[in-house]
Design a protein around this ligand. Structure first.
Ligand code: PGA
Length: 256
């Protein structure tokens, strides 16, 4: 029996109006909103958080955001703070997603500020790390992942480390239909776990969830989720329909 409860998180990205999101959440809650074997998190766009929160009330499904700004308030046009998310009953926040890193030029240092601000506000960061295809082909996968992980977690105390979730998302597998092989994924997950041991000690490292992300779907999930260090999934495309998302939750329950 693993020390770690599996976690299935849906990253809707820039999809779903608030109304569409409510319909999706209603279906997810109906199918998976009572079980407690697996932690389920949905991450709508900011505009869908409040209405999704209302629909999730009374269920075991949790609410996540896809980004936030590290400052608590101020002149940051277009940004959202941790406190604002907390006020909408958000419990998790995806940080450092590769789309934020590449399209919005987010650096490891900036992502680290967000991680620290999220933890301070009692939000659970889902810190994303992962290599591009060029980086994999040049043999630098582990180096890239190590840099992103260590920089992203700088200054995180042992006390708060178990509130962090890591998502390993090879950039070449995101939205491409190309999933990492179970061996490729497990190798990086085990490496991430070894880095967590160095940073926080073994007892804490064994409690931190490491999710896989990148074209995870019902067909490939059972094999991925059965790997020793794969503790769940961060799901993009397959989280946009209740049926496939719930199937992933079911797959995780079957393995636990
Ligand atoms: P995907 O996205 O499942 O569509 O590949 C995963 C992610 O970007 O979090």
């Amino acid at each position: 029996m693993s020390l770690r409860k599996k976690l299935i998180a849906g990253n809707w990205k820039m999809n779903k109006t608030a109304a569409d999101g409510v319909a999706l959440v209603a279906d997810i809650v109906a199918a998976a909103g009572k079980q407690n074997d697996v932690e389920v998190v949905v991450c709508p766009p900011f505009t869908g958080l409040e209405s999704a929160a209302a629909k999730l009330e009374g269920s075991t499904v949790k609410l996540g955001a896809q980004n936030m700004h590290p400052e608590a308030s101020g002149a940051y046009t277009g940004e959202i703070s941790a406190g604002m998310l907390r006020a909408l009953f958000v419990s998790h926040v995806i940080l450092g997603h590769s789309e934020r890193r590449s399209y919005f030029h987010e650096s490891d240092a900036f992502i680290n500020q967000k991680v620290l601000a999220a933890l301070k506000a009692q939000l659970k960061p889902i810190l994303c790390v992962g290599e591009t295809l060029a980086e994999r082909e040049s043999g630098s996968t582990l180096k890239v992942v190590q840099t992103q992980l260590e920089a992203g977690l700088e200054g995180v105390s042992k006390d708060l480390a178990t509130n962090v979730v890591i998502a390993y998302e090879p950039v070449w597998a995101i939205g491409t239909g190309k999933v990492a092989s179970t061996e490729q994924a497990q190798e990086v997950h085990a490496f991430i776990r070894s880095l967590l041991v160095k940073l926080f000690g073994d007892a804490i490292a064994q409690k931190v969830r490491i999710l896989y992300g990148g074209s995870m779907k019902p067909a490939n999930a059972p094999e991925l989720l059965a790997q020793k260090d794969i503790d769940g999934g961060l799901i993009g495309g397959a989280s946009l329909e209740a049926r496939s998302f719930v199937e992933l939750v079911t797959a995780a329950i079957a393995i636990k």
